[in-house]
Design a protein around this ligand. Structure first.
Ligand SMILES: Cc1ncc(C[n+]2csc(CCOP(=O)(O)OP(=O)(O)O)c2C)c(N)n1
Length: 701
């Protein structure tokens, strides 16, 4: 397809909303000159048109200019349009995609560096495969922005991750080109294999070297090697997860080099044999095994892990050479049997600031494209000056370091999130006492159990949503043996723009039924510090869950002169007569504000508010008090209602013969969409206004 600029002009002009506005005013002017008798009205119309006309023309031209920058991608509304291009034109498409993504993300933040690294791969895949009939299964989906742009979502890409906008990751509910749900790492191989064996002809799993460190990915590989399938796994190797990757597998990939000549020779030989019907599936496997030994001798390296698993291995190859990728993919596309294509890419490719600091530019927030200055750096400086409250994760990171300095038994464990959870604070000072175990939440928990068994005090930090991956490890390996593992659960509650796959709404409900488990949640930064300190002295498993974002800092003396965190004890934040409100965690803050605002009204309410602090064990003294005194109890939590605080209070009241009406506020039986935390808490009626509304309804009854 050659790009005709004149056509482009006309088509863009017709599509531009500004053009229509302009047209609209032209008609008003035209109509006015013809019909309006009243001279004053005519003048007003005339002036509006004269003033607005140049402004609209300029704006229109600007819009045109912006759109003109993307001669290729503006004409790609689906992969079918991409396929019309010549292979030699693909590098230009990649360059435009790169500019488009950088430009878009500078204003509407998202996962930049990973998506810049997969542009050539994405273009090549859509060029060679027939999507959506052929399936692309992206792992995590944070690297799939070029995929979104090429599959009909270019014009909505500026809404990516926003409330009611495009999904943060890939989502089959959004597009037929998104073959499987993504957000949590390492599921792509298993899902793609299932789809392939289930009947989909060409299925490609695209997985990063970070996601490859997850146990699930290895389970998928193992299965791939056993069952008859034609799966293609593209291993995108950039030596990074969010932070630099460590561990044997990463080192293995670095060392893994194979002779391209050898690969070509073997591939041609196999093709000839297949044509002559000299090979069937059984012989193919046997040949592969023999080939592997030969290859091992030729390349002077022990057997490749993939070929050792009977999965044909191609690569490593340059993942930024789009034409080369097209060539290879065409060659191997119809190749029977499972295969891995190992590509080497650079995270942040093509944008110097991102290439130079890949961790920070994984998700950099807003930034200035020209200078590379990030908005959050500016904000941080202002915040430092204004002394805004600390991030919850920083409170965790700093407290852990303090504790670890005093107690040499304390160690930190993180599954690939040292920066995300601020364990990097301890990592810098005590590198030998922090274990970044890869994207391996289940392993992180069981590894912590082992450390605890050996007498260490492990603080294992996992985001609430990812801890779901480790449920049995918590039950079987930690709780059953009553091991002293401190589970620090970051990003609990609504996390915002990462959406349904990332909200931490289930932890209270899924941890509470586990015997031996002790669960608390801080309302303020001080609470978190004290809970982390207290946890050191406790026995058995302890879970401390806290949200994303900034913590509330209380005025210690005025607000809480003598209410340090004590095991299993809550606190009464205010007394009242009408009914009692019980909260756990940070939702206690908007609830306090809601109650204050109601009390301030004429004929104001009188509501007692208790911060329970502990979900397990619950403070029975408080429960007896509210059970005795109140006919109505309201509970509020930033989690799913079923199984959480509200359920626990209801059960306790019933078990102890109290019969109050228990009204449970929280998240109903639903997956919550994406948007800012503010928008989502508002949607769920769990912000101050929503809580006020609920309390007013209770008062009205
Ligand atoms: C189960 C799970 N744990 C942690 C994360 C957080 N996370 C998102 S992307 C990412 C790094 C992925 O690395 P890799 O697969 O190599 O992709 P890259 O970003 O390097 O392209 C991590 C740890 C996640 N999405 N899922």
């Amino acid at each position: 397809m050659s790009v005709n600029l004149a056509d482009d002009h006309q088509c863009l002009l017709r599509k531009s909303p500004l053009f229509f506005i302009h047209l609209f005013f032209f008609f008003i002017w035209f109509f006015a000159t013809k019909t309006v008798q009243n001279y004053t009205f005519f003048c007003i119309y005339q002036n509006i048109f004269v003033i607005l006309s140049p402004i609209l023309i300029c704006a229109n031209m600007r819009a045109l200019e912006e759109k003109m920058e993307y001669q290729y991608i503006n004409r790609i509304d689906s992969p079918a349009d991409l396929k019309k291009l010549k292979v030699e034109e693909l590098p230009a498409v990649c360059a435009e995609l790169r500019d488009f993504i950088i430009e878009a993300l500078s204003k509407n933040p998202g996962h930049l560096a990973s998506s810049l690294g997969t542009i050539e791969l994405t273009v090549a895949l859509h060029y060679v495969f027939d999507t959506p009939e052929d399936k692309l299964v992206w792992d995590v989906g944070h690297q799939a922005y070029a995929h979104k742009i090429l599959t009909g979502r270019r014009d909505r890409f500026h809404t990516n991750r926003q409330f009611k906008g495009l999904s943060p990751f890939t989502n089959p509910a959004e597009s037929e080109y998104d073959a499987f749900i993504a957000g949590h790492a390492s599921n792509s191989i298993s899902a793609a294999l299932g789809m392939n064996i289930g009947g989909d002809k060409n299925v490609v799993a695209i997985i990063g070297d970070g996601a490859m460190t997850g146990g699930l990915a290895f389970e998928g590989l193992n299965n791939t090697s056993m069952d008859k399938n034609n799966l293609l796994i593209v291993l995108n190797d950039n030596h990074m997860a969010i932070d630099p990757l460590k561990g044997g597998f990463t080192q293995y990939l670095v060392d893994l080099t194979t002779s391209e000549m050898y690969n070509k020779w073997r591939w041609r030989l196999y093709q000839v044999a297949e044509k002559l019907h000299l090979v069937d599936e059984r012989k193919r496997r046997a040949m592969l095994r023999r080939n592997n030994s030969l290859k091992a001798v030729l390349s002077k390296q022990p057997s490749n892990i993939f070929t050792g698993l009977n999965i044909r291995y191609f690569g490593p190859t340059d993942g930024h050479d789009v034409e080369g990728l097209v060539r290879i993919l065409r060659e191997i596309k119809n190749h029977r049997g499972p295969k891995v294509l190992h590509i080497i890419t650079k995270k942040g490719k093509g944008y110097a600031p991102a290439e130079n600091d890949q961790t920070v530019w994984h998700a950099p927030g807003e930034f200035n494209v020209t200078t590379g200055e990030r908005q959050s750096d500016k904000l941080q400086m202002t915040n430092d000056k204004l002394q805004t409250p600390p991030l919850w994760q920083e409170v965790f990171g700093e407290t852990l370091l303090e504790l670890a300095k005093k107690n040499e038994k304390i160690v930190g464990i993180t599954p690939a999130m040292p920066s995300g959870c601020s364990m990097n604070i301890m990592q810098k000072e005590l590198p030998n006492r922090v274990f970044d175990v890869g994207i391996a939440e289940g392993h992180a928990v069981t590894f912590s159990a082992g450390l605890a068994k050996a007498g260490m005090v492990p603080y294992c930090n996992i985001y609430s949503t990812f801890l779901q991956r480790a449920y049995d490890n918590i039950v079987h390996d930690v709780a059953l043996q009553n091991l002293h593992v401190v589970l620090c659960i970051d990003r609990a509650g609504i996390v915002g723009n990462d959406g349904a796959t990332h909200h931490g709404l289930l932890d209270l409900a899924y941890l509470r039924p586990i015997p031996n488990m002790q669960i608390c949640a801080p309302r303020t930064a001080e609470d978190l510090r004290e809970m982390l300190q207290l946890a050191e002295t406790m026995e058995g498993p302890v879970a401390i869950r806290y949200p994303r974002g900034r913590a509330a800092v209380e005025d210690r003396c005025a607000d809480r002169p003598a209410a340090p965190v004590r095991f299993g004890k809550g606190i009464k934040l205010r007394d009242g007569e009408d009914f009692a409100v019980l909260t756990i965690g940070a939702i206690g803050n908007p609830m306090s504000e809601a109650i204050s605002s109601l009390e301030g009204r004429s004929g104001g309410a009188s509501i007692a508010h208790y911060d329970m602090r502990w979900l397990k064990p619950m403070d029975e003294e408080i429960l007896h008090e509210v059970g005795r005194r109140f006919k109505t109890i309201v509970t509020a939590e930033d989690g799913i209602i079923a199984g959480g605080l509200g359920s626990a209070v209801l059960e306790w009241m019933s078990d102890h013969g109290y019969t109050p009406r228990v009204i449970r506020l929280g998240v109903n039986d639903q997956f919550v969409e994406h948007g800012s935390t503010k928008e989502l808490y508002h949607l769920l009626k769990l912000d101050k206004e929503g809580l006020c509304e609920s309390l007013l309804q209770v008062l009205a009854k």
